[in-house]
Structure formats: structure tokens, C-alpha cells
Design a protein around this ligand. Structure first.
Ligand SMILES: Nc1ncnc2c1ncn2[C@@H]1O[C@H](COP(=O)(O)OP(=O)(O)O)[C@@H](O)[C@H]1O
Ligand SMILES: [Mg+2]
Length: 385
């Protein structure tokens, strides 16, 4: 860069001399996310095509869902209460019969199965529930033994397998405890051990942490992640809590009114949501949307004392870029942070900042052009009062 633009006061009285111009067409408002890699490279372990479900004729609770889950992934499914998440899970383990569409698990079309074949297929699908669903009359060991008994395993096999499963979830010392003697987190770990008893090909978890406090939630998620890594087990993680998905899911699908509105690698969906609904939904974690009081102070036209406002998404390597210092160094701009947050998604930092760029003798389009860098997405919002 040749002559660096010089800084001029942002004293409102100097507003008339401001050289910020209305921006050229800004960078694309919603960059397409990169095509998902792992999910497309391998044959999906779960392939859902055109799945619909209605309980009442004409009212689709699930409406044409198509979704692929990559083997070995932790695939989060998020959406508001009533979006159809539990119905989707119940279709996956065939507790509900879909009204239309196809579900293939590990190459087997489970929508066509009945009777013994369906029972057999269900054994390869582990299920973890929000309220644990333990039998209060049985000990932890007895609960874990139940699916093995129902599947006809011998007493000797069960005696060997149950302690292994309890050890896997860190509950070897609670084998003889009844549910009433266990904490919520411990009950859920028994639920997880029970779900793993028949060595399922996939594990479905429907709001497994929603009844737990934050610390226990974290421990339970870490347990699921260890199981995913150690056993290579594919996990479908249903939750209305974004934090759950942010922490351990490699891929995420957002459901709204029974439809898929977003799907892809978790980081990319969180960084670049394609729909306003998903953007709003993710706002509790990523500062995509401004608080109402702040949004109402940003207007399309400049006014005395206003400053151009931009929103920056700092993704991947750009997340560690000293962008405020660089704006000052290159343009003499003393940016003010209006709103923002840096979070960690799947172990990688992601920053979203809304900045006011007080007046300087520099064209806004030049600033926006300079900001067009890998991993950095910039959007001109208007003029902040
Ligand atoms: N067995 C059922 N009979 C009739 N309606 C149902 C039944 N189960 C769920 N629904 C309706 O389907 C919609 C989606 O519910 P659900 O799948 O439980 O959503 P989520 O798990 O996302 O909260 C809701 O409107 C709910 O009332
Ligand atoms: Mg539900």
C-alpha cells in the first residue's frame, strides 16, 4: 500500500468532511459453504431420502427430509421444540412408521422391514433418552443386562459383558446401585451403557443432556465423544441446545417445521448460516444478529455523528487476525466494537464482530475491498448512530 490514508477526528462536527462513500456491492452476503467433505466421500451410514411423517392427514410433521450421515461422525440435529426432531429419531428406530420416503441404515432399507427382521435391525440401533428410562426395580447392572437378556444372550455372556460396559462409562463401582441411588449424570451413563450393550451400528441420543446441569452435560458429552472415538460409533445427537452440538458434533443439520433448513460441517454452519432462521437460532452462540437496541441504531443513510458499521466473520485462520490493529495501521481507522463474540466451535475459534468505523479520509469501498481476505467475511450494515 502506498500512501496510508490519514486519520481525521471523529468529532461529530467534522462529519461533513467524511469521505466514506456508500459501498460498492459488498462482499457476498452469504458465501456458499464449502461442500462437505467427510460426509460425501464415504457411503453414508444413514441415508434418509424424502422422509415425511404425518400424524394427522394433511399435516406433515416431517416434510421431505433428505439427510446423509457419514460413518464415524457425530451428527447433531438441532431445532426448536416442535421442529420434528423426536419424530425423526422415532422414524430412524422405526418406533414410528414414515408416511413417505426411505431410510437406509448401513445399506439396509429399514422402512420395508417387519416382524423379526425389524426387531433384528432395531438391535443395531442404540437409543439414549432424555429421562433415562431405567427400570427402578433393577440395579445399574440389571438395567444394562436387560437388552442382552431380551436378545437371548447366555448368563455367562451377560456376566462378562455387563462389567465391561459399566467400566466403559466409568460406573464399575455402581453396578449394584438402584436408579434412586444414582445422580442424573450417573443414570444417564447407565442409559448409555445399556444402549451400547448390543454393539449397535449407530447410537441415537434424543436430548440426552437436557435434564442435566451444565457440568454433568459437559461430562456426558465428553463420554459420548470418547465412545465415538474409541468404538468408531456413529452418533446422531438430537438437541435443542446449540452448546451441545457446538462442543462435539462434526456435522449439524438444522430442522424447522419438519424441514432441513441447513446441513453441513458444524463449523461452517455456525460461521455461515444460509437462512435467517438458522442465523437467529445460532445467535445464542455466534453473534450473527445484533441485539434489537443496537440494530435500531443502524440506519441506511449517514447522519451527523454516524459511523459506518460492518459485521466481520473471522473464520479459520482469520480468527486470529489482529483486525482492529490492522485497520488502524492500514487506514488510520480507530474501529469501535459495537458487538461481538469469539467462540470455539469444534475446537476452532470463530469470531463475529460488529464494528463502527469512525470517520477517516478513506473510502469505505477500499476498506471493504481490503477486508476481502481468506476466512474473513465482511458485510456492510449501514450507519451507526
Ligand atoms: N404421537 C403424536 N401424535 C400427534 N402429534 C405428534 C405426535 N408426536 C409429535 N407430534 C407433533 O409433531 C410435532 C413435532 O414434534 P416432535 O417431533 O416431538 O418435535 P421436537 O422433538 O423437535 O420437539 C409437534 O407439533 C408435535 O405436537
Ligand atoms: Mg423432542
Amino acid at each position: 500500500m502506498s500512501a496510508l490514508p490519514h486519520w481525521s477526528s471523529d468529532d461529530p462536527s467534522s462529519a461533513a468532511t467524511v469521505q466514506f462513500l456508500p459501498p460498492e456491492p459488498t462482499t457476498d452476503a452469504s458465501p456458499r459453504r464449502p461442500a462437505s467433505s467427510a460426509a460425501t466421500r464415504h457411503r453414508p451410514i444413514i441415508r434418509i431420502e424424502g422422509l415425511s411423517k404425518s400424524y394427522v392427514a394433511g399435516e406433515n410433521v416431517l416434510d421431505g427430509i433428505s439427510l446423509h450421515v457419514a460413518p464415524g461422525s457425530i451428527h447433531g440435529i438441532i431445532g426448536r421444540s416442535g421442529a420434528g426432531k423426536s419424530t425423526l429419531v422415532r422414524c430412524l428406530n422405526r418406533l414410528e412408521t414414515p408416511s413417505a420416503g426411505q431410510i437406509e441404515i448401513d445399506g439396509q432399507d429399514i422402512t420395508r422391514l417387519h416382524g423379526a427382521a425389524l426387531r433384528q435391525a432395531r438391535r443395531s440401533i442404540g437409543m439414549v433418552f432424555q429421562h433415562f428410562n431405567l427400570l427402578s426395580s433393577r440395579t445399574a447392572a440389571g438395567n444394562v443386562a436387560l437388552p442382552l437378556e431380551l436378545a437371548g444372550h447366555s448368563a455367562a455372556q451377560i456376566r462378562q459383558r455387563v462389567p465391561e460396559l459399566l467400566a466403559l462409562v466409568g460406573l464399575a463401582h455402581k453396578a449394584d446401585a438402584y436408579p434412586v441411588e444414582l445422580s442424573g449424570g450417573q443414570k444417564q451413563r447407565v442409559g448409555i451403557a445399556r444402549a451400547l450393550a448390543l454393539e449397535p451400528r449407530i447410537l441415537l441420543s434424543d436430548e440426552a443432556t437436557s435434564a442435566l446441569d451444565p457440568e454433568t452435560t459437559e461430562q456426558t458429552l465428553q463420554l459420548l465423544k470418547r465412545i465415538n472415538q474409541r468404538l468408531g460409533l456413529t452418533i446422531v445427537l438430537i438437541s435443542h441446545e446449540m452448546e451441545v452440538v457446538r462442543d462435539i458434533a462434526s456435522h449439524v443439520t438444522v430442522l424447522e417445521h419438519g424441514r432441513v433448513i441447513e446441513s453441513g460441517p458444524t463449523y461452517d454452519v455456525f460461521a455461515f448460516p444460509q437462512t435467517p432462521t438458522a442465523r437467529r437460532f445460532l445467535s445464542s452462540i455466534v453473534a450473527h444478529d445484533l441485539p434489537e437496541a443496537l440494530a435500531s441504531r443502524i440506519q441506511p443513510q449517514p447522519a451527523p455523528g454516524s459511523a459506518p458499521a460492518i459485521r466481520l466473520v473471522l473464520a479459520h485462520a482469520a480468527a486470529s487476525m489482529p483486525v482492529i490493529a490492522l485497520l488502524h495501521q492500514h487506514f488510520g481507522i480507530q474501529a469501535r466494537i459495537l458487538h461481538g463474540r469469539v467462540d470455539t466451535i469444534g475446537g476452532q475459534p470463530l469470531g463475529v464482530l460488529t464494528l463502527a468505523l469512525p470517520h477517516a479520509d478513506v473510502r469505505l469501498d477500499e476498506v471493504l475491498a481490503w477486508l476481502r481476505q481468506p476466512g474473513l467475511h465482511t458485510e456492510f450494515l449501514g450507519h451507526a448512530l
